[in-house]
Design a protein around this ligand. Structure first.
Ligand SMILES: Cc1cc2nc3c(=O)[nH]c(=O)nc-3n(C[C@H](O)[C@H](O)[C@H](O)COP(=O)(O)OP(=O)(O)OC[C@H]3O[C@@H](n4cnc5c(N)ncnc54)[C@H](O)[C@@H]3O)c2cc1C
Length: 415
């Protein structure tokens, strides 16, 4: 059993020069066989493994990661958490997720720094006003607490906003008071520590290079650390989902593109809510260090580059200066990119696949950080029991049957 993290433990270690801390997770080598292998140690893969153990007692599990855990999109996103989606299946899984975030630090005994500071999505055209009012009504029916607020309330909540921008005035906003942010690395680290504690193996620097099957059923994987057998396989690799699906012998209706973000130099606290501005296209929050965390756009063409580019920075900052003129006086510190996996209806895929025993969790696109606990909760149930009320609507069949879950508006500015 690992150290229990607490104020008492911090004081005790301070007195003995921090010599008593243990590794947060074991450095594991692969065994010959596992009940379940999860490919991808991002937030979704780790959360799936965690809830397999916690909810279903399945702990003979390996999580295989080609790089370092949390080094994919999980460690590259802008950490916005909200559940104000339009369609019922989306509201269900994102709200489940948001509610799990509320107690995640206690559940994992790891401070994920969940900060429900409030998220507002600005309405800057009449079309957006109608769209967000509709979402607020839908959310009321779904039991998700949101409201449409006036420009005056927007200004009260976020005094640095300019309401009468040069192109688009602020006409109101969709406000979710218990939306917010969390520390992205901590979410991955907290789940990893809890999984390792349950006896699961998290194996980094271990790329899955092939999927083994017999008679239409998965039996294992080939990796850069050798072949490993399994009864069930969960593919949770975000931007590499198409590549992995090909190895497993099926195709996915998915595209991979680079999505970018950037941060400014740190400044004193000026903004204690998250603001998203879909029409001008940009969104912003302030980190605990004081940096303004800014989300940019996705590339307009498919690629696996995983890096930022100057024209996106210029475009995003120019757009946001319309709404936040104070930004024009800040230096931008650094920018980066991640490879996001986009479906046509902008909703995820949590599904069985044509290969028996093989499951896929992908398509979170530009907005899956917020969904990590809920997705792991549902995906674990899908793998353990063959279906889950949280994931049923997100199966691959929906593309064949035309049951799209259109979230192009909720996912509009990304995140
Ligand atoms: C710039 C940016 C901003 C974002 N902002 C937000 C936001 O504000 N809010 C929000 O909710 N979401 C946001 N997102 C989206 C969010 O980050 C992702 O949806 C989420 O992190 C996906 O998590 P994941 O675990 O599925 O994928 P990842 O974290 O990418 O994990 C997948 C892992 O699989 C590994 N892998 C791939 N192939 C293999 C292989 N063959 N073998 C072994 N391992 C493999 C990768 O190395 C990677 O570590 C943003 C994304 C980006 C890029």
């Amino acid at each position: 059993m690992k150290n229990h993290y607490s104020a008492f433990a911090v004081a005790r270690e301070a007195l003995r020069n921090h010599t008593g801390w243990q590794r947060a997770w074991r450095r594991a080598q692969p065994k010959a066989r596992y009940d379940v292998i999860i490919v991808g140690a991002g937030g979704h893969g780790l959360a799936t493994a965690y809830y397999l153990g916690k909810r279903f007692g399945i702990t003979n599990v390996a999580v295989l990661e080609k790089g370092w855990l949390g080094g994919g999109n999980t460690g590259r996103n802008t950490t916005i958490i909200r559940s104000n989606y339009l369609q019922d299946p989306s509201a269900a899984i994102y709200e489940k997720s948001r509610s799990l975030y509320e107690t995640l630090s206690q559940d994992l005994n790891y401070n994920v720094m969940f900060s429900p500071r409030g998220v507002m999505m600005l309405a800057q055209t009449e079309h957006e006003v109608r769209g967000y009012q509709r979402t607020a009504h839908a959310n009321a029916l779904q039991g998700v607490k949101t409201e449409f607020i006036s420009p005056r309330q927007v200004k009260e909540l976020c005094p640095i906003i300019r309401l009468d921008g040069p192109r688009y005035p602020v006409l109101g906003a969709l406000w979710q008071e218990r939306g917010g942010t969390a520390r992205h690395d901590a979410v991955a680290w907290g789940y990893a520590r809890a999984c390792s504690d349950m006896g699961m193996d998290i194996i980094q620097q271990c790329e899955v290079t092939g999927v083994r099957s017999e008679g239409g059923r998965v039996v294992g994987v080939d990796t850069t650390k050798g072949a490993i057998g399994c009864d069930k396989l969960g593919i949770v690799v975000a931007g590499h989902s198409g590549v992995m699906a090909e190895k497993a012998g099926f195709r996915l209706p998915i595209e991979s593109v680079a999505l970018q973000a950037l941060v400014s130099e740190p400044i004193k606290p000026v903004m204690d809510v998250v603001v998203m501005a879909n029409t001008v296209h940009g969104y912003m929050s302030q980190s605990d260090k004081g940096e303004m965390v800014i989300g940019g756009g996705a590339d307009g063409y498919n690629n696996y580059t995983q890096r930022g580019s100057f024209h996106h920075v210029e475009e995003t900052v120019r757009a946001l200066i319309e709404t936040f003129p104070m930004l024009s006086r800040l230096k931008m510190l650094r920018w980066w990119g991640g490879i996001v996996d986009m479906t046509g209806d902008r909703s995820p895929i949590l599904s069985k696949t044509p290969l028996e025993g093989c499951f896929i969790n992908c398509g979170w696109g530009t907005g899956g950080f917020k969904a990590i606990p809920g997705s792991g909760w549902g995906m674990a149930e899908l793998i353990a029991k063959g279906h889950s009320p949280l994931t049923d609507a997100f199966s691959l069949d929906r593309f064949r049957e035309g049951r799209f879950i259109d979230e192009s508006v909720a996912a509009g500015v990304a995140h």
